[in-house]
Design a protein around this ligand. Sequence first.
Ligand SMILES: Cc1ncc(COP(=O)(O)O)c(C=O)c1O
Length: 471
Amino acid sequence: MTRRNYDIAELRRLDIAHHLPAQANYKLIQDLGGSRVITRAEGSTIYDGDGNAILDGMAGLWCVDIGYGRRELAEAAYEQMLELPFYNTFFRTATVPAIELATRLAGLLGGELQHIFFNSSGSEANDTVFRLVRTYWALKGQPERTVFISRRNAYHGSTVAGASLGGMTFMHAQGGLPIPGVEHVMQPYAFNDGFGEDPDAFAARAAQDIEDRILAVGPDKVAAFIGEPVQGAGGVIIPPPGYWQKVEAICRKYGILLVSDEVICGFGRLGEWFGFQKFGYTPDIVSMAKGLSSGYQPISATAISREIIATFRAADDDFVHGYTYSGHPVAAAVALRNLDIIEGEKLVDRVRDDIGPYFAAALKRLDGHPLVGQIRSLGLIGAVEIVAEPGTNRRFGGKEGAAGPIVRDACIAGGLMVRAVRDSIVMCPPFVITREEVDRMVAIIAAALDASAEKLRALDIAARQHAEAGL
Ligand SMILES: Cc1ncc(COP(=O)(O)O)c(C=O)c1O
């Protein structure tokens, strides 16, 4: 393939003039002279227009599981575009890739999760959940069951329903969210909310908060509980053993639907096809996106139990919900080819038995670093917590969130793309990452921590001076 040359300075100027990136501070981007322009990628490496090669520790945005540059997916899109580039599913119509992908997903999910509704993004998958669940309860003759229980600091998307289901208060602050009928409870974030607590006691306390809220709302008003198996965007929050069993038991006790948001965890990220399989619980509904096509096409899916769809069928009326691009044939064809690769190359096994354990062992090398408070990982997702004092969860500057961006920027400058969530450096590399690349990731993080030490200590000094001045 001939490599194109770009005028990056001009593209940056146009980026500021016309393009609005997602979840961004437009003033900051302007001050920075425009975004970093990513021009190409191969394997687990992205390249920017300034000639930097950056190891992609985030698999794009938690999604490019099979790595970049896979011709098979380009060919699948090309072939499908020539055969049928688009047709909708509104007119009692379906396309071959949509039917085949639904069938394939039903097989991977197993059990009762045998019906698949397609959307284009994770947020839309959760919008589908929102309307479907409330409609289901209305059809069951329990229209008062409308309340969703979610967790603080959960991420379920950026649409009105997605951000409302999510528990990020800084998102709620924009647009008057959450919409009525969403209750947020404790997250199972032991490092912050249960530091030093016995894991079993903490799991019981976190689950109890769900039950307490159900009782406060009134069990006959609660429609569903939604949760990510591992909270990704919230900072890679891995729940303690037994937590999900307790959550499931509470949902069953009160007849509440259990929704597993597998937008990040699905398709092998945790070393099983789905997070609910890893943790051993049985959801009624599953949201998925990202790894479904490894990000090569925008496609998401909502998997729904037999019982729920039997209720819709018994009602014999339309579910008046759906998108122009629901079941888009090109996106579905690309997703199918992506699943062929995950299966053919045994990438889920690789995450579980090979590169996942290697990643965990490599991260362990950061244990004992004076700026590291905790290292946690499961499969190929992980986080490093930055603290001001070893053995504690004390934060630099006395405020969570000041240290993370400093270390993140040092990682990127060192050639590794990671994200900072408050004071955690989070990682989610492609399943095809090599051992050498994992070693390089860890070495870059270690160097970034060392290089940031002085700036981080300055946060503490500034906070102390601020306090002494009585400000
Ligand atoms: C668990 C979870 N749900 C939903 C979403 C929203 O997906 P999208 O950005 O495709 O709308 C995300 C995105 O990161 C996610 O991590």
